[in-house]
Design a binder for this molecule. Structure first.
Ligand code: 13P
Length: 265
């Protein structure tokens, strides 16, 4: 069976409303000829842009995500955004536990778990981000860290909701301007460990959970990452923030993977 690819970008705290909508329109336009049977495309802009972003694109061509969410529907939680508010503006997926949420804002695995469960019960796809720090890697405990993040983050997820769980493996040391990309071999090893843990948790159905790699993805490492057997897609920051560059990266990845796989059979 042909592999479905996932490509997405987290716009972090960049781009105002005008920049976000023009970026989205251009990206959807440029990628319009790529069959959505073969590819799922998603963009995660800032909260204030979501309503305008949602109305400017066809969601069957590009899913729209939120960068965070409070698990409660309402309450005395100043500065937080609820699932009902995200539903109202037309959000398809919620990113949970991004490295910057965990390490800059101190979010914990039990908090991510509450968000995952709430996102699922409100009909969203939940994109759970996991990844070890440089220190944890140096101690040789990356797999243990990933397993803990998965086992707590996905605690009590009902198997009926599994088709709306996505995982992004983003090693903390690989993200952003100071980051160094993971080597493709290392990324594959961690993705294999993730897949093994998901299978322990959910059995055979775990094979359908998309697992994306993120952290300093760029045109130079795209090819060697996308051909890894346990990497289902790429979650990109800086290299995706211009629509033309992201379009080129997506096409490059699909082309490389298809060429690689046709050479294999
Ligand atoms: P960079 O690709 O800029 O390293 O960011 C990755 C990321 O944080 C995606 O969520």
């Amino acid at each position: 069976m042909k592999k479905r690819f996932y490509f997405g970008s987290n716009l972090k705290m960049y781009k105002n409303i005008k920049e976000t909508t023009s970026y989205l329109k251009e990206l959807v336009d440029l990628t319009g000829d790529i069959s959505r049977e073969d590819m799922t495309l998603f963009i995660i802009p800032s909260f204030p842009t979501l309503a305008s972003a949602s109305s400017c694109i066809d969601h069957s061509l590009c899913l729209l995500g939120a960068q965070n969410m409070h698990p409660a529907e309402q309450g005395q939680f100043t500065g937080e955004v609820s699932p009902l508010m995200l539903q109202e503006v037309g959000t398809d997926l919620v990113m949970i536990g991004h490295s910057e949420r965990r390490h800059v804002f101190g979010e914990t695995d039990p908090e991510e778990n509450a968000k995952v469960l709430s996102a699922l019960s409100h009909g969203f796809r939940a994109l759970l981000c996991i990844g070890e720090t440089a220190e944890e890697k140096a101690y040789g405990i990356s797999r243990e860290v990933l397993r803990t993040q998965l086992k707590i983050g996905l605690h009590n997820v009902n198997t009926k909701d599994l088709d709306r769980i996505w995982i992004a493996y983003e090693p903390v040391w690989s993200i952003g301007e100071q980051g160094t990309p993971a080597s493709p071999d290392y990324a594959q090893e961690m993705h294999r460990a993730i897949r093994k843990c998901l299978t322990e948790l959910f059995g055979d159905r775990a094979k359908d959970i998309p697992c994306l790699y993120g952290g300093s993805v760029n045109p130079q490492n795209t090819d060697s990452l996308i051909i890894q057997p346990d990497i289902d897609g790429l979650f990109v920051g800086r290299a995706a923030w211009e629509a033309q560059k992201f379009n080129s990266l997506i096409r490059q990845a699909i082309h490389t993977s298809e060429t690689f796989n046709s050479g294999r059979v």
